[in-house]
Design a protein around this ligand. Structure first.
Ligand SMILES: [Zn+2]
Length: 301
């Protein structure tokens, strides 16, 4: 029961006081009994910060604040995209190898720290949306996949582990200590600038008026849309139990032969914008490409 109240209280915090921390929220509930009552607490009997943090730990199945180690190789910025164009996957070979790997290993589900959160999201939120008809036809869903920048910091913070700089050596390749090791720098093609943080990749319900998210997933900022799609599509397929996805809509950043292959392998029909820059790299083989040429820029239903 305490768990439900804590969750309810935290959701209330997110809805009403974006930007404040748990400590301040507890002060707020003490000051304004209204917030405590809405949370389900007795005014004057509000739990401490520890209750909240113990609860958060139960939602995330990993110990430690970060998934990656703080000590990492010096990170390079990814390449800029061309002006006004979606960045083409810089390494089609990488996407191809990744797709081949995930198809070989698709039967084996790996546990993710985010699984408890997704389980909660699916059973308590998606199920309700599905029942209300907000996601579309559950037996023939149309899903769309796209990434968006998720900025966490203006500058990446890191400390050196060596004394190269002090010695005047410019060419240093020693590892550094990063304070946010799961984040890095990415290229925001819409705003044409670099950003630091995550790449939020979302699989959403496209065949409804609401475009509700079905599988939100944080990836490193430097990750290309096509790589994120591969990771998300496989994870989603293994976890989503509420219906069947029939169509997958993706933008031109995903126009790589390996992506068609993966989506096809999942028994889903791919609809992908053609990337004018990829024509010279991609062999127009197979009937999928021929089929898709006709439905270029197909508007979302
Ligand atoms: Zn060094």
């Amino acid at each position: 029961m305490q768990c439900i109240r804590t969750l309810r209280s935290y959701l209330l915090l997110l809805m009403t006081k974006t930007g404040i921390g748990v400590t301040e929220w507890i002060n707020e509930m003490n000051r304004i009994p209204y917030y405590a009552i809405l949370s389900g607490f007795e005014p004057g009997d509000i739990p401490g910060v520890g209750t909240f943090y113990d609860f958060f730990k139960r939602l995330w199945a990993a110990s430690g604040n970060n998934l990656k180690p703080n000590k990492q190789k010096r990170k390079r910025k990814p390449k800029k995209g061309k002006k006004g164009e979606k960045a083409l996957t810089t390494t089609p070979g990488k996407v191809k190898r990744l797709v081949e790997w995930v198809i070989r290993h698709a039967a084996k589900k790996t546990d993710l720290p985010s699984d408890r959160l997704f389980h909660f999201f699916q059973t308590q939120i998606l199920t309700l949306s599905a029942k209300l008809g907000l996601l579309g036809d559950m037996n023939a869903l149309s899903a769309a996949g796209d990434g968006t920048p998720f900025v966490t910091a203006a500058y990446p913070r890191s400390k050196s582990t060596c004394s190269c700089r002090a010695q005047g050596l410019a060419d240093c390749n020693h590892p550094r200590i990063y304070s946010q090791p799961d984040c890095d720098s990415g290229w925001d093609s819409a705003r044409e600038k670099y950003f630091n943080g995550y790449h939020l990749y979302m699989i959403s319900a496209a065949d409804s008026r609401y475009d509700l998210p079905m599988y939100p997933r944080l990836q490193p900022a430097s990750r290309h849309d096509s790589v994120s799609l591969v990771v998300s599509a496989v994870e989603f397929k293994q976890r989503f139990t509420l219906g069947t996805v029939e169509k997958m809509l993706l933008d031109a950043a995903h126009d790589a032969e390996a992506i068609y292959h993966l989506i096809d392998h999942q028994n889903i029909e791919p609809f992908i914008d053609l990337n004018s820059r990829s024509k010279k790299n991609t062999k127009t083989s197979g009937d999928i490409h021929a089929k898709l040429k006709n439905i270029k820029n197909r508007p979302l239903p």
